[in-house]
Design a protein around this ligand. Structure first.
Ligand code: SF4
Length: 322
């Protein structure tokens, strides 16, 4: 079955749109259909580059997957220790690194891990000396700190101990329903919006029922984090009929051991909606059907400064000559 190219919105899509229009073009337009053997070579190349990741993102992904497994098993009455969660995450990280180095992604870019560090032969993964080992240790340490925090922080107690009946969602689907991971969307301004909290449970605070939603973070706090939590509150409102004031939204900076808990009033949610709809309208004004054409890349300019920090780790450096 062929997929139709359709417009959708997510905070990460909006972030890419704000950071670099050309990257946005490659992520959502030029790479479209690039998974097909019949696609034009430039589409296939953009798709292969789009599917690349970097070690910081890979570390975040394997941590998310290991925590989802913790919650799935917990909901099934099986407990995982901190060591088991850490081992699951570290094994997946090492496997991803080995897979990328072996290069099977050349045949199946969507199936096998492909690190930008390998693709661009970055000095940090040079295995002739100690660079690669030192670089890998950074992310193992990041995972260790995150798992420690998850298992020891008092702020995580209610999530860790949530019963199956209290759990609302693991990566946007019911706990234990591993086959459906990550496809939950909501509808806003007649557009499909991807807004999936990493974990959510129900509990009561001083007798007041509430929905608690979490976003696991392995990086540093960013300006858009609070906006992203607000979008997740819309998810809670649509999926569970929650009132905004009954939702506690938590940014869990697990690697840093920091937590930011927020409640959004109805007025604040109106501001979040305005920002989302403004972003959506701006993106929609440049939208075209990528099934029909490649569009005009000039409508999506490169960052003017060729030495911009955004370009340094960008997947599309070879397409931009940077
Ligand atoms: S290399 Fe720079 S200009 Fe090109 S897509 Fe990436 S961020 Fe944008």
């Amino acid at each position: 079955m062929a997929f139709a190219h359709e417009f959708s919105w997510s905070t990460s899509r909006a972030g890419t749109f704000a950071a670099c229009r050309r990257r946005y073009y490659h992520d959502y337009y030029s790479s479209w259909n690039g998974w097909s053997k019949e696609a034009a070579p430039e589409r296939q190349q953009a798709y292969m580059l789009k599917k690349m990741t970097r070690m910081p993102q890979l570390a975040g992904t394997v941590l998310h997957e290991a925590l989802a497994e913790y919650f799935d098993r917990h909901s099934e009455g099986q407990e995982m220790t901190a060591d088991e969660v850490l081992e699951l995450a570290c094994s997946a990280l090492r496997e991803g690194y080995r897979e990328s180095r072996a290069g099977a992604w050349r045949q199946r870019p969507a199936k096998y891990c492909h690190l930008a560090e390998h693709h661009y032969e970055e000095v940090c993964i040079d295995e002739s000396g100690s660079n690669a080992a030192e670089y890998g240790k950074l992310f193992i340490e990041r995972l260790r700190r995150s798992v420690d925090c998850f298992f020891s922080a008092p702020e995580m107690h209610a999530a860790r101990e949530a019963t199956a009946a209290e759990m609302l969602s693991v990566e946007g689907r019911p706990p234990g329903d591993r086959a459906n991971r990550g496809f939950a969307t909501i509808q806003m301004a007649e557009t499909k919006v991807f807004a999936i909290p990493d974990f959510a449970h129900r509990n009561s605070e001083q007798g007041q029922p509430q929905h608690v939603i979490y976003d696991w973070k392995t990086g540093n706090p960013r300006e858009q984090d609070e906006f992203q939590l607000g979008v997740y509150v819309f998810f809670a409102m649509e999926k569970w009929g929650a009132k905004p004031e009954d939702v506690l939204a938590v940014d869990a900076y697990l690697t840093r051991g920091e937590f930011k808990s927020l409640r959004f009033s109805s007025e604040r949610m109106a501001g979040i909606r305005d920002r989302l709809e403004g972003s959506l309208a701006e993106m929609r004004s440049l939208h075209f059907d990528a099934d029909e054409s490649m569009g005009d890349p000039e409508d999506f300019p490169l960052i003017a400064d060729s030495g911009a920090a955004e370009c340094t780790g960008c997947n599309y450096r070879e397409l931009c000559g940077r």
